[in-house]
Design a protein around this ligand. Structure first.
Ligand code: NAP
Length: 249
């Protein structure tokens, strides 16, 4: 039997690192062709080499999601190199600066909203209608538990991901009738290259969580892989916590 995602192409933003990189491995294991994306060409090419060395199918497209023109170019080039069928879009890339509201400059605000909100908005706006024309597709947005909690220091980041959660539901309503399912995964505290500088502060964030430990990128990837699979065919507009139970207690 062919693997579940054989013949499908997935564009995964922020897949040169962390959760996105693990998601690429998870979708490759299900037979997908993955398009790795990020700004760092060295990390992108390394990811492609690693995937190809295991027999997987991957390509890298560099893009700066803080630049709308670069985001549009990513969408259009990914569409072209996929042979006209991006079947899966994972809006994973994100930046998460923490700090007091008054300390953020206008430019820092714009950078967070450009990468976390505007880039998914542009990518989904270009690619979801093309999926809809073909009658099928799956989009998974990566949110955070901080989208629904008023953690001190997380006003900017959390609010950007709250927008992503609303977009998830609005896009589910907009594109679902044409066969495109849109969902989100909400990770808890996950040990990645990006969170390494937080040190023990990251552990503090999961104090009291049922799993009593940090999560791993591959555990988030499992949630994403489920949501894009046929097993999730009746699931639209859900925000799936993959957080060791942190949001439940
Ligand atoms: P990470 O290790 O810092 O990786 C971030 C990825 O995003 C990298 O591949 C990076 O690629 C890409 N990226 C950042 N800015 C970009 C830009 N301007 N243009 C293009 N790509 C850009 O992040 P992570 O911890 O895996 O987090 C991934 C997602 O999960 C984010 O949306 C984050 O908010 C969310 N999340 C993470 C946690 C956690 O604890 N780790 C918890 C909840 C939610 P380049 O460096 O190559 O550009």
């Amino acid at each position: 039997m062919a693997p579940e995602l054989a013949g499908k192409t997935a564009l995964i933003t922020g897949s040169t690192s962390g959760i996105g990189r693990a998601t690429a491995d998870a979708l490759v294991a299900l037979g997908a062709h993955v398009i790795i994306s990020g700004r760092d060409t060295d990390r992108g090419n390394t990811a492609v080499q690693e995937i190809r060395s295991t027999g997987g199918n991957a390509d890298f497209l560099a893009a700066d999601l803080g630049n709308p023109a670069s985001v549009r170019e990513l969408a259009n080039t990914a569409h072209t190199i996929s042979g006209g069928h991006i079947d899966i879009l994972i809006n994973n890339a994100g930046i998460y600066p923490f700090g007091p509201t008054a300390d953020f400059t206008d430019d820092q605000f714009d950078a967070v909203y450009d990468v976390n909100v505007k880039a998914p908005f542009i990518l989904s706006g270009v690619l979801a209608p093309k999926m809809a024309e073909r009658g099928h597709g799956a989009i998974v947005n990566i949110s955070t538990g901080l989208a629904t909690r008023g953690l001190r220091g997380a006003a900017l980041y959390g609010s950007s991901k709250a927008a992503v959660e609303l977009l998830t539901k609005a896009w589910a309503a907009e594109f679902g009738p044409a066969g495109v399912r849109v969902n989100a995964v909400s990770p808890g505290a996950i040990a990645t290259e990006g969170t390494a500088p937080l040190g023990t502060n990251l552990n503090d964030m999961i104090a009291g969580a049922p799993a009593e430990r940090l999560g791993r990128p591959d555990e988030i990837a499992s949630g994403v892989a489920f949501l894009v699979s046929d097993a999730a065919r009746y699931i639209h507009g859900v925000i799936l916590p993959v957080d060791g139970g942190d949001g439940a207690v």
